[in-house]
Design a protein around this ligand. Sequence first.
Ligand code: NAP
Ligand code: ZN
Ligand code: ZN
Length: 352
Amino acid sequence: MINALGYAVQSASSALEPFAFSRRPPGPKDVHIEILYCGICHTDLHQCRNDWGRSTYPMVPGHEIVGRVKSVGAEVTKLKVGDFAGIGCMVDSCRRCAACQADLEQYCENGTVWTYNSKIPGTNENTFGGYSDQIVVEERFVVNVASTLDLKAAAPLLCAGITTYSPLRHWKIGKGQKVGVIGLGGLGHMGIKFAKAMQAHVVMITTSPDKAKDAMRLGADEVLISRDSAAMARHAKSFHFLLNTIPNGHDLNPYAGLLKLDGTMVLVGALTALTPPLLGGSIIHGRRSIAGSAIGGMAETQEMFDFCAKHNIVSDVEVIAIQHVNQAFERLLKNDVRYRFVIDMATLRPKT
Ligand code: NAP
Ligand code: ZN
Ligand code: ZN
């Protein structure tokens, strides 16, 4: 076994603390990666605090992982020692079901194996994530990261990036469409960049007027303050597509009212109950759709990395030492991040 070091929570109310654990010895299809950077996704906070009621402890969070390949198994073909590699939210799936066969491993009918807080198939042990120094993952669930990308800023592409890229692609966003991105956080700021690169007219829909300037810098054509009911009324029935990244339960009705005929709002954030209830009339009028979307498959994640290399897209990050991870969680909860925290894993074992 490989001796690994990371940061873990031991319960829903405890802080992240240093944690020693083991990784499996690499098999013939495995890639052994030294983790260089790991982004902090709002999901890490939800999972550590058991917001979704399915957390198991100890938990090493982290699924926006970029690192350097330390070794590869004999059957690995697309990565070699020294390459830069990325691992996102998944580390395994059944490979046989219709979803897996369609390169949609995130919807595996037999259960996707998540990078952390999942059971390792055939065992009673948990997967452990990227707030750690190394990881062993089968090649299918590893992407190539171009050495030309700024690695620390590329880490959030593994979740914030693909979660916004995938629905924009699936709903064929492009020129001539008015797209609203709701919530300017880790996901939202990537949503603006991708929608802009896909040539849509992009409106940032935010509760925070002080983020307006940043939204324009990131590529938005307009900013709509969602708490300004007169401004919301001016944009009523005008959007082809809305990407809703709000992390908690909220009132969907005012946002649904922004959609034009046949418009779609995709939810990626709130997994919990949405309150107050969605009124039927909010979607019946205008034949509107409300949909959901989870990350993206491995092939699409690689496609997104190639798109990012071509369009020079990375995340806006604030790099932190792992010793400050608990303060970063507090700031994330208070909506105080511009726009993604990324842990520099070199700080895990400081040189003396
Ligand atoms: P984040 O960085 O905290 O950003 C969320 C943004 O939503 C905030 O910056 C804020 O933007 C807005 N917001 C927060 N609370 C709000 C409220 N009560 N009402 C209205 N707006 C609110 O979070 P993130 O990392 O982008 O993650 C967003 C959500 O997506 C989380 O729930 C996460 O678990 C989920 N997620 C889902 C997937 C998936 O596959 N579906 C993947 C990754 C993450 P403004 O200040 O601009 O209003
Ligand atoms: Zn995430
Ligand atoms: Zn499957």
